[in-house]
Write a protein that binds this ligand. Structure first.
Ligand SMILES: CC(C)(COP(=O)(O)OP(=O)(O)OC[C@H]1O[C@@H](n2cnc3c(N)ncnc32)[C@H](O)[C@@H]1OP(=O)(O)O)[C@@H](O)C(=O)NCCC(=O)NCCS
Length: 116
């Protein structure tokens, strides 16, 4: 299930975030985490099964009634088992009246989730 990020989960969240190709640089990664903590229009979720194995970061576009998926990653040991798609499906269920969109860093995967 999707759980909201909190500071006590920072280390695991940073580890998952670092799998995003654009978050390999530590300074950039720390800046991204700060933005999620500080900005009200951003929200970080973690995906918990027995352990926390996935991350989903979103940006709310109030003007477009849309949610942009900015970050999505799954622990490499748990990939190709549908976790990524389940995270997108859960997000849609959480915000049924919003359009889910991607950015250039997440489009390749999110486009495959059209049927999620
Ligand atoms: C992208 C990612 C979140 C998918 O997680 P997952 O739990 O393995 O996804 P699912 O099991 O639901 O779906 C797997 C399918 O997604 C597709 N897929 C995986 N990574 C992809 C990528 N980077 N771009 C496009 N499609 C991708 C494949 O078709 C794959 O099918 P397969 O299992 O038959 O190979 C995971 O690979 C990841 O963390 N990658 C590193 C972070 C990243 O690059 N995020 C941005 C992706 S655009």
């Amino acid at each position: 299930m999707l759980i909201r990020y909190k500071k006590t989960l920072e280390k695991i969240a940073m580890g998952l975030m670092s799998f995003m190709p654009n978050e390999k640089d530590l300074k950039k990664l720390q800046q991204t985490m700060k933005e999620y903590e500080a900005e009200e229009n951003r929200q970080l979720f973690l995906w918990k099964e027995e352990d926390i194995i996935g991350l989903l970061g979103i940006l709310f576009h109030a003007d477009q009634n849309a949610i942009e998926i900015q970050h999505i990653s799954v622990n490499p040991s748990h990939r190709h088992q549908g976790v990524g798609k389940r995270m997108v499906k859960s997000l849609k269920e959480m915000y049924p009246d919003k359009e889910i969109i991607s950015n250039e860093d997440t489009a390749a995967f999110i486009e495959k989730c059209d049927l999620c």
